[in-house]
Ligand binder design. Structure first.
Ligand code: UDP
Length: 328
């Protein structure tokens, strides 16, 4: 009998890739998802238990039915811009929803918890390379909501023995090279899929959000990590906890930053097609530069992000984009 892992948000972009990686590692991923931003078609590697994080009774029933050995918690709203317009949505779903999940996990005696956090918890720190000890000063509601959940996890360890591996993601990109699952948000807000839409003529152009940042080419710099590398780290995190090791925070990025313009240039090279561009205004809540110091994950978890070079990420995303799945 394989062990069940409860994967909240398993119908979403990162969660569905995590389910594939968990299955490959010998676990059964049980997706818990309200299908608000995810897609039922993406749940391919284990059962789907539909439910909402705010529904404690439903969570209790799912824990009782599947008896998971651990939780991987991806379900969250994750758009910086939206979080600035509607912070209540982020605090209710992300924070109260996570608290409800954490309380249900503790009540069920499921004390290994892998949490998807974000580099947005660090805020805008004037171009420094951010490591796990960097101060957390989020500048948007999304980052603030994730930092609050990190605090909750720390408190629940002290009181209830819940052990967590917290991953602070930088910018997740790329798709399953076999195109069984991929990235599909509705509405889409992320740079690479929007750019591929513009290349494929599904939208008129890519709007570059701000060309007057204090960076060499004036556009924001981000650290991109391949989704398959990212979810591999989660499987390593799960094993870390199952070996009885203590709670730990890990950044997941490569330490290499790319500006928006550099990503556009690389996409031209990979697809051999033009990217129609509009120079737009800054987007509220955007940090100038977010680049990770990720040595800890490599040294302590043995994480090797070998797919996270920009041409591979764009090529895998482009393959998925052209595969006709969920054609829009
Ligand atoms: N970006 C952009 N145009 C878009 C979407 C994103 O210029 O249509 C920029 C955005 O300002 C940021 C970077 O691309 O500097 C990555 O944004 P994304 O939304 O993909 O991820 P985030 O960094 O917000 O998590």
């Amino acid at each position: 009998m394989t062990q069940n892992v409860l994967v909240t948000g398993g119908a979403g972009y990162i969660g569905s890739h995590a389910c594939k990686a968990l299955k490959a590692a010998g676990y059964t991923p049980v997706t818990f998802d309200n299908i608000s931003t995810g897609w039922e078609e993406a749940v391919k590697f284990g059962p789907l238990a539909k439910g909402d994080l705010l529904d404690r009774e439903r969570l209790d029933a799912v824990f009782a039915q599947y008896k998971p050995v651990a939780v991987m918690h991806f379900a969250a709203f994750s758009q910086v811009g939206e979080s600035m317009k509607d912070p209540g949505k982020y605090w209710r779903n992300n924070v109260i929803g996570s608290l409800t999940l954490i309380e249900a996990a503790v009540a069920a005696g499921c004390l290994d918890f892998v949490f998807s956090s974000t580099c947005a918890t660090y805020g805008d720190q004037d171009g420094v390379v951010l490591d796990e000890n960097s101060v957390q000063l989020p500048i948007n509601s999304y980052g603030a909501s994730k930092r609050a959940i990190e605090d909750i996890l720390e408190n629940f360890e002290q009181s209830h023995g819940l052990r967590s591996v917290i991953f602070r993601y930088f910018n997740v990109a790329g798709c399953d090279p076999e195109a069984e699952v991929g990235e599909f948000h509705q509405p889409e807000t992320h740079l690479i899929p929007l750019m591929l839409d513009a290349i494929a003529g599904k939208r008129d152009a890519l709007t570059v959000f701000g060309s007057d940042y204090d960076t060499p080419d004036g556009t924001c710099i981000r650290d991109y990590v391949h989704v398959c590398d990212l979810v591999d780290a989660h499987v390593l995190g799960l094993k870390w906890l199952s070996q009885g090791k203590g709670s730990r925070v890990f950044n997941l990025g490569t330490g290499k930053g790319f500006s928006v313009r550099e990503v556009v240039d690389q996409s031209r090279a990979v697809t051999n097609m033009e990217v129609p561009i509009i120079e737009g205004a800054r987007r509220a809540g955007d940090c100038t530069k977010l680049v990770s110091g990720s040595e800890r994950a490599m040294v302590e978890l043995g994480w090797a992000p070998d797919k996270s070079d920009m041409p591979t990420m764009i090529a895998d995303a482009w393959r998925w984009h052209q595969s006709g799945h969920y054609d829009r």
